[in-house]
Design a protein around this ligand. Sequence first.
Ligand code: ADE
Length: 403
Amino acid sequence: MMESGLKKIRWAEKNMKVLGKIRRKFSEEKPFDGIRIGIALHLEAKTAVLIETLVEGGAEVYATSCNPLTTQDDVAMAISEIAEVRAWRGETEEEYYENLRFVLRNSDFVIDDGADLIVLNHLEGIGNPKGACEETTTGIRRVNALERERKLKFPVIGVNDSKMKYLFDNRFGTGQSVIDGIMRSTNSLLAGKNFVVIGYGWCGRGIAMRARGMGAKVIVCEVDPVRAVEALLDGFEVMKISEASRIGDFFVTATGCKDVLRREHFLEMREGAILANAGHFNVEINLRDLEEISTEIKEVRNCVREYRLRNGRRIYLLGEGRLVNLVCGDGHPIEIMDISFSLQALSMRYLSENYPEMENRVYEVPKEIEEEVALEFLMSRGKSIDSLTEEQAKYLEDWTLGT
Ligand code: ADE
């Protein structure tokens, strides 16, 4: 095994206590014996620990990335000792899709992040998965659309929509890892700077919260009026992107939508403005616009591309507009991915055992799985909580009881 990849995996494994427990159980029970699980996830150390867990449970794993720039090659090489891996950092678009096709052809079940495997199966008819688990908000949007159009060909468990996922991964995970990616790539001070967060979903909330924690003056831009009120009452400045463009030092998109930052915004930006994307696809910052209004483009630092605009100002794009936390950093903190991947491992077990009775629709993560992961996580931190007495439980059930 490649030493650096292996070390990262072992470090992650040591700190993924919940998944470790699941792994020991899977090792005894072998729930995936004879099953091929296809994976399209960001191939970094925590993902490798998930793969090890599935393999320990008897699965044959076929793995690729869900983004052409987020594979860590040392990790991919290390994990290829136990799984069939087809991924490398810097894949072309064509190579990326070929790797997805390879995985699809070899999948009885799928773990997807962004739904590229699921969508490719529906568009091209490649492979014949019996079910899938989806990791992220963008993937849920796509599978919900498939379900709405009655085109979904197999059951999908929407892991992203479990509270144990989005409350922690999307908020605390993205919050910390996006700041980490920006700091690693720029080494810039955040304190006292204007930090513009575009989109106030769970990811945007986390990014805004952590940027404030670093001393930045945070501005939120949002199209949903209720979320905008929430941002305002959370204590952030709220304004239109066109206004924020004139004063922002940092801009982070977290909307799941396209063309969020575009020509008219770039042309208003200050000299030295830094742009990053935290959304799943690289469509939030319009790169074509940026290129068209630039007179010179160059790499000035690892992960940092300088665009000299025709107005003479320079603006800086991190990680080619792809997920800044994974392209310029290591993704979410280990303990966060311990929760998310424990939900994935247990949901995959549930799916593989129950798929014949399931319909072709999007399912929630079963409540028992959520509670098991929550309790195990608390236990891993040495915490225990109270339970209701029988009388209390009865009281809460009975609508006739008041005082
Ligand atoms: N590491 C592995 N998958 C990840 C994800 N979806 N987001 C952040 N970090 C990750």
